[in-house]
Ligand binder design. Structure first.
Ligand code: C2E
Ligand code: CA
Ligand code: CA
Length: 469
C-alpha cells in the first residue's frame, strides 16, 4: 500500500512539475523578459482572433525616438530602466480599460483597443501626457520623445482569409502612421487616414516612374536647370544645378518633394549620379567653349554624403577633361550635424581631389557655428530668408555682417541666395558678400540659355561687372 502511495505521490509531483514547466514555457512564449509585458507574438495572435470574430478594434503603436542615444551615451542599464518605467506607465493606462499591451520591438510598444465606441482620442491624449512627463523626468535633456501611430479596423462582411490579411494591414497602417509621427517635428501622434493612404500610393507611383526616368535615355520629363551665381572678384561664371520634373499628370513637381521621394524609396543615389552625369554632359558638350571659366554647384541629398562620395565624383568628373575643380557640392546642416569626425574625413578626401564644398541654407539650422568651426567649407550660402528681409529688419543686417566677417576670417567665401532687387544687392555688396544668386540676375534657366548668359557676361566683361556695381 505504501508502495502504491509512493508511486502516486511521485506521479503527481511529476505532473505538477510538467504543468509548471508548461506554464513557464507559455509565459516565455507570450512575454517580454525585460518589461514583463506581453510580446509581439501575443499581439499578433490577439489580432488574429479579433479579426476572426470580425470585431472592431484600434491599434496604438508607440515608439521612443532617440532611445538608442541613451543606451549609447548613458548606459544600457539606464536604457533598460527607461524601458521598464515606460512600459509600466503604458500598462497602467491600458489596465484601466482592460486593454492588452505589448512590447513589440526594442523601443516600440503597442496597445490594443478592443472596445467599440471607445473615446480613443481622449485616451490617447491622456496616455501621451502621462508618457511625456514620465520620459521628461528620466531624460531632462529632452532628447528622447514619444511618437504614436494609430490605425483602426472596421468590421466587414468579408471572408475569413481576407480578414487575416486585414489584421496585418491594420498593423502596417499603424506602423506607417508611426513612421510619419517619428519624422514629424510638430506631431507626436498620427492617425492613419484615407489621405495618408492616397499620399502613400501617389509617392509609390511617382517613385516607380522616377526609377524608370533615370534609367532611360530618351525622356523629356526630368531635366536640370541652372541658375547663374555672379562673383564680384573673379571673372568666372558660377551656377547652381536644380532639378525639374514636368509630370504629364501632376504637372510641375516640387523639387524638394521629388528629392524626398527619391530618399524614401532608396533611389537617391541613382538620382544623384544621374544629376552629376547631366552636369558633366553640359560641361563637355554645351559649355566646352568656356573651358574652365564655368563652375557648377550641385545639391547633395542626404544619402549621397557618405564615404563613397569622393570616388563617385571622381568617376563622373575626373575623366579627361577633368572637371573636379569646377564643381562645388552643396550640403545642408542636417547632413553634417551628427557625426563630425566622419563628415570631416569625407570633406578631407574631397579636398584632396580638388572638389569644393558649400554649406547651404545657412542660418536655418541650429548648429551653424559648431559646423563652421569643425568642418572645412569653401563657401557658405546664407539662406534666402535672411536676404529677403534685409532691408526691412535691422537685425538681419547685423546677422549677415557678422557671418561675413566670421567666414572671411575662416577663409570661407560667402554667397547670398535669393537676391531679388538692386537694394538688396547694394546692401550685400556693402556688407562684403562675395557671390550673388537670385532672380535679380536670372531665374534658373536651361543649359542653352545659360550658355547665352555666359557669352553675354564674358563678352561684356566690365559691363557685366556693372550689374553688381
Ligand atoms: P536650394 O538648394 O536652397 O535652392 C535654391 C532655391 O531658391 C531654388 O528653388 C531656386 O529656384 C530658388 N531661388 C533662386 N533665386 C531665388 C530668388 O531670388 N527668390 C526666391 N524666392 N527663390 C529663389 P528650387 O529650384 O525650387 O529648389 C528648392 C530646393 O529643392 C532646393 O533648395 C534644394 O534643396 C532642392 N533641390 C533642387 N534641385 C535639387 C537637386 O538637383 N538635388 C537635390 N539634392 N536637391 C535639389
Ligand atoms: Ca542649394
Ligand atoms: Ca539654399
Amino acid at each position: 500500500l505504501t508502495d502504491m502511495f509512493l508511486i502516486l505521490l511521485v506521479l503527481s509531483l511529476l505532473s505538477y512539475r510538467l504543468y509548471k514547466d508548461a506554464q513557464k514555457q507559455t509565459y516565455i512564449a507570450w512575454h517580454d523578459p525585460l518589461t514583463k509585458l506581453k510580446n509581439r507574438n501575443f499581439l499578433l495572435n490577439e489580432l488574429k482572433e479579433l479579426s476572426e470574430k470580425d470585431q472592431k478594434y484600434a491599434i496604438v503603436l508607440l515608439d521612443i525616438s532617440h532611445f538608442k542615444e541613451i543606451n549609447d551615451t548613458v548606459s544600457y542599464e539606464y536604457g533598460d530602466q527607461v524601458l521598464i518605467e515606460i512600459s509600466q506607465h503604458i500598462k497602467a493606462q491600458a489596465d484601466k480599460f482592460a486593454f492588452s499591451c505589448a512590447r513589440v520591438g526594442a523601443d516600440e510598444f503597442a496597445i490594443l483597443i478592443n472596445q467599440e465606441d471607445f473615446h480613443l482620442e481622449f485616451f490617447v491624449k491622456k496616455l501621451l501626457s502621462d508618457l511625456n512627463s514620465a520620459l521628461h523626468s528620466m531624460d531632462r535633456s529632452g532628447r528622447m520623445s514619444i511618437s504614436m501611430g494609430i490605425a483602426t479596423y472596421k468590421e466587414s462582411g468579408d471572408s475569413n482569409e481576407h480578414l487575416l490579411k486585414k489584421s496585418n494591414l491594420v498593423l502596417n497602417n499603424a506602423d506607417f502612421a508611426l513612421n510619419i509621427a517619428k519624422k514629424s517635428h510638430t506631431e507626436q501622434v498620427v492617425y492613419f487616414s484615407k489621405e495618408i493612404e492616397i499620399e502613400h500610393r501617389k509617392k509609390h507611383k511617382l517613385s516607380e516612374e522616377l526609377e524608370l526616368l533615370i534609367s532611360i535615355k530618351e525622356q523629356k520629363q526630368l531635366f536640370m536647370v541652372f541658375q547663374p551665381i555672379v562673383s564680384r572678384h573673379t571673372n568666372k561664371m558660377g551656377c547652381e544645378a536644380l532639378i525639374r520634373w514636368q509630370h504629364p499628370l501632376y504637372g510641375f513637381i516640387n523639387p524638394e518633394y521629388l528629392i524626398s521621394i527619391a530618399e524614401e524609396s532608396g533611389l537617391a543615389k541613382d538620382l544623384g549620379k544621374w544629376i552629376m552625369k547631366e552636369v558633366y554632359h553640359a560641361f563637355t558638350v554645351d559649355w566646352s567653349e568656356f573651358n574652365d571659366q564655368v563652375e557648377v554647384a550641385i545639391n547633395l541629398s542626404d544619402s549621397l554624403f557618405d564615404e563613397e562620395l569622393p570616388m563617385l565624383v571622381t568617376e563622373i568628373f575626373g575623366g579627361n577633361p577633368n572637371y573636379l575643380d569646377s564643381i562645388v557640392l552643396e550640403i545642408t546642416e542636417t547632413m553634417t550635424l551628427d557625426e563630425v569626425e566622419r563628415s570631416s574625413n569625407i570633406i578631407n578626401e574631397l579636398e584632396k581631389i580638388g572638389v569644393r564644398l558649400a554649406l547651404d541654407d545657412f542660418g536655418t539650422g541650429w548648429s551653424s557655428l559648431y559646423n563652421l568651426n569643425h568642418l572645412r567649407f569653401n563657401k557658405l550660402k546664407i539662406d534666402k530668408s535672411f536676404i529677403q528681409n534685409l532691408n526691412c529688419e535691422k537685425n538681419q543686417t547685423f546677422f549677415v555682417s557678422a557671418i561675413v566677417n566670421l567666414s572671411h576670417q575662416l577663409g570661407i567665401k560667402v554667397v547670398a541666395e535669393g537676391v531679388e532687387d538692386v537694394t538688396q544687392l547694394k546692401s550685400l555688396i556693402e556688407l562684403g558678400v562675395d557671390e550673388f544668386q537670385g532672380y535679380y540676375f536670372s531665374k534658373p534657366v536651361s543649359k542653352q540659355e545659360f550658355t547665352h548668359f555666359c557669352k553675354h557676361y564674358f563678352d561684356e566683361g566690365p559691363l557685366a561687372a556693372n550689374m553688381i556695381k
